[in-house]
Design a protein around this ligand. Structure first.
Ligand SMILES: *Cc1c(COP(=O)(O)O)cnc(C)c1O
Length: 380
């Protein structure tokens, strides 16, 4: 076991960046050709790599972050002050913050146990209730949490029935698919993230995936300060500075070459944990339902009780191993207190009992063993 000079065991991270070695070629090229700007051949190349990977008429706009991509998605759907947006409550806060940026109100919807994602029945119930209260929701934000696709068939049937556009937050799910179609291609608009902890990274970055070229054009317009045509810097509307740097896009191009490998590795980690720990009756794994394929961005497991979960988290932390409770639902966040929510107890329960285990694709067998042994030891 690796210890440093002071005898502390080396840190095991939840999901560390994993560089492939292919990135530097693109970065060097950017320096050599002086494309040190938020546009250039790497930005174009990274977008076309992603479009080739996603297929299904995907048009990709590379941006500074996944959060920026959600913000632009809301702008593209004309969500504005006073509007309501339906959002999965069980998620990372970045899914919801942009709703506040545009002055709209997030309405939180609970999850189903099968996928941990949006519960179709509750979604429809919420829509009917909002309609009855006199306001039609402007958008639905559906999440592919930890890489597990949401129930695409049912959620989109409801969205179509009530004609509400879906923003698919696929920040955690590049490489996942549902009925053999890639996540990131289901939303009217979809978003991806390349933050340092995601399955591939540009250090920081994101993308908006739209279904046609005109929407992509408008996304680029908004992401580059909304400058009207002509030489005079005339602006008829508010824009943003959201385009991805050509240097960072170079990292993305290198990362795209190993995406398949990263998916296989993270899935193998999930299988390892499952093989090692499934015999412990206090531990439960989130299985893939038929037609669902998860990139297993993070292996998230459930313990029988919160006390056990907290105990395991502490035992891991003592061994310098990072683990994390599964996302605290948005309806429990202090800043969203008293927000309208449609709840069934599932996300509260997952938050109490859920734990994310180290899942990075550069974890070594020795590190995985260390995690495994701490958990086994906890259960005697
Ligand atoms: C990471 C993440 C985001 C935000 O992406 P950034 O690139 O970090 O801004 C949004 N939604 C979810 C579910 C995420 O995990």
């Amino acid at each position: 076991m690796t210890k440093n000079a002071s005898g502390v065991k080396s840190k095991i991270w939840l999901s560390a960046p994993h560089i492939s070695g292919h990135e530097e070629v693109y970065i060097k090229e950017a320096f050599k050709t002086n494309w040190i700007a938020p546009l250039g051949p790497n930005v174009d190349g990274f977008e076309s790599d992603l479009e080739g990977y996603l297929e299904n008429e995907s048009h990709v706009t590379a941006l500074t972050s996944g959060t920026a991509a959600i913000h632009l998605a809301l702008k593209l759907l004309n969500v504005s002050a006073g509007d309501e947006v339906l959002c999965q409550t069980k998620t990372f806060v970045a899914s919801v913050n942009p709703v506040i940026y545009v002055g709209a109100t997030p309405i939180f919807i609970d999850s189903e146990t099968k996928t941990w994602n949006l519960c179709p029945e509750l979604l429809e119930k919420a829509i009917l209730d909002r309609l009855q209260k006199g306001k039609k929701p402007k958008a639905i934000i559906a999440i592919n949490l930890y890489g597990m696709p949401y129930n695409v068939t049912d959620i989109h049937a409801i969205a179509r029935k009530y004609q509400i556009p879906v923003i698919e937050d696929s920040a955690e799910a590049l490489g996942s698919h549902y009925k053999n179609q890639p996540c990131g291609t289901f939303g009217d608009l979809s978003i991806l993230s390349f933050n340092g902890n995601k399955i591939i990274t540009t250090s920081g970055g994101g993308a908006l995936v739209s279904r046609n070229r005109d929407t992509k054009k408008r996304a680029i317009f908004l992401a580059t300060q909304a400058k009207d045509p002509g030489i005079n810097y005339t602006h008829s509307e508010v824009g943003y500075n959201y385009r991805l740097s050509n240097i960072l896009a170079g990292i993305g191009r290198g990362q795209m070459q190993v995406l398949e490998n990263r998916i296989q590795t993270r899935r193998a980690h999930y299988e390892y944990y499952k093989n090692e720990l499934q015999h412990i009756s206090d531990i439960e794994f989130l299985e893939e339902p038929e037609n669902y394929f998860s990139n297993r961005w993070l292996t998230a497991i459930l313990f029988k009780t919160k006390t056990i979960r907290d105990g395991v988290l502490q035992a891991l932390s003592k061994e310098n191993i990072e683990s994390r409770p599964s996302w605290k639902p948005m309806h429990q966040q202090p800043m969203f207190e008293n927000h309208p929510s449609y709840l069934n107890g599932v996300s509260d329960n997952l938050f109490e009992r859920g734990l994310c285990l180290p899942s990075g694709s550069n974890l070594t067998d020795v590190e995985l063993d260390r995690v495994n042994l701490v958990i086994k030891k906890y259960f005697g």
